[in-house]
Design a protein around this ligand. Structure first.
Ligand code: TRP
Length: 327
């Protein structure tokens, strides 16, 4: 039997190049080897939103994200693609696992400490329980392999501790999930400093037009030591070169050489990058337009995905209650 993969992402709306190279491409290729479940985690998103205005953005964001996943090649025939809250069993498991999770394990999670700093006005209980909910996502479907970025490793470590404790207390129930890091763990944004993110507005949107893509790339920061066209460049210190490399362009070595010898300027180099990205994304963009035009397609994929995984979830919950003597 194929091993099961589970991954989740918060519904951040239309996806960017960092999401694509860092996560989505990996999701797509894992479909060859594994039984994959991909989840849009709307409950998790609620840990950082309050009020109806904020929550109203969830539905369009879920739809945009699902469209990007599907256009990129997630195949609903092979993989289950669904929305977390459509299978509420996860909330039940979260409640149960929260009783076996010592508070001090949660209080030392680095992402929790970051959030406390970022949103001191909204340090809610759900934020502390975030990793318990994430553990519930994974183990509800008994997934063993979890493709994530480096920033999630601490959460997975905690997930394994929670699983070990549950298995010790109530008998072997869940497999210990293992992280699977993507080949490209971090894509830096156009500012050349921080991780590519929509929030920081240093991103390249997948669904943008080729013209928008080029205009945006022209604003990117490059090697800060190269002031004039005649100055030799330092590709290893250049964000635009890092993107050329991330795209696995065949001639990246030649490009590095030309930059070091000041044979190519930053403007030309950026134009090349825009062209490469536009060529790479052309089939994606075409397919996205086509899927967006089919009314209710996304809804039916998400519904079918939830129906499929709900059966697994219900079976796991029966086993959990049985093992605990909660019957
Ligand atoms: N915490 C993950 C993130 O911020 C999202 C997530 C929720 C997740 N549940 C998951 C990832 C389960 C992997 C498995 O990116």
């Amino acid at each position: 039997m194929k091993k099961r993969v589970f991954s989740g992402a918060r519904p951040t709306g239309s996806q960017h190049l960092g999401n694509y190279l860092g996560a989505i491409q990996n999701y797509v290729s894992l479909q060859e080897e594994y039984d994959c479940i991909y989840c849009i985690v709307d409950y998790h998103a609620l840990t950082t939103m309050e009020g109806r205005e904020a929550v109203k953005t969830l539905q369009p964001n879920i739809r945009e994200m699902a469209l990007d996943w599907l256009a990129a090649g997630l195949d609903p025939e092979r993989s289950a693609i669904f929305v977390q809250s459509h299978v509420p069993e996860v909330a039940e498991l979260h409640t149960i696992l929260s009783m076996n999770t010592p508070l001090n394990w949660l209080m030392r999670v680095p992402t929790f400490k970051d959030k406390v700093k970022q949103q001191p006005e909204n340090v809610n209980y759900g934020l502390l329980g975030y990793p318990v909910l994430m553990t519930s996502d994974i183990v509800l479907y008994k997934a063993e392999v979890v493709p994530v970025g480096e920033d999630q490793l601490a959460h997975l470590e905690l997930a394994r501790e929670i699983v070990r404790r549950f298995n010790y207390l109530y008998g072997d129930t869940f497999p210990e999930p293992q992280a699977k890091l993507a080949h490209i763990p971090l894509i830096v944004g156009l500012d050349g400093v921080q991780k590519m993110s929509k929030q920081l507005n240093n991103h390249i949107e997948l669904a943008a037009t080729p013209e928008e893509t080029e205009t945006r790339i022209m604003t990117a920061f490059t090697d800060p030591a190269r002031k004039f066209r005649r100055d030799p460049g330092h590709p290893e210190a250049c964000n635009v070169f890092a993107l050329h490399q991330a795209l696995k362009v065949v001639h990246a070595d030649e490009l590095a050489k030309a930059c070091r010898n000041a044979e190519i300027g930053c403007v030309e180099c950026k134009r090349k990058l825009a062209q490469e990205i536009n060529v790479m994304l052309a089939p994606f963009r075409e397919r996205r337009m086509e899927l967006a035009g089919r009314s209710s397609y996304v809804d039916s994929v998400l519904k079918e995905g939830a129906d499929r995984v709900r059966r697994i979830a219900q079976r796991t919950m029966e086993e959990v209650r049985r093992n605990m003597g909660l019957v």
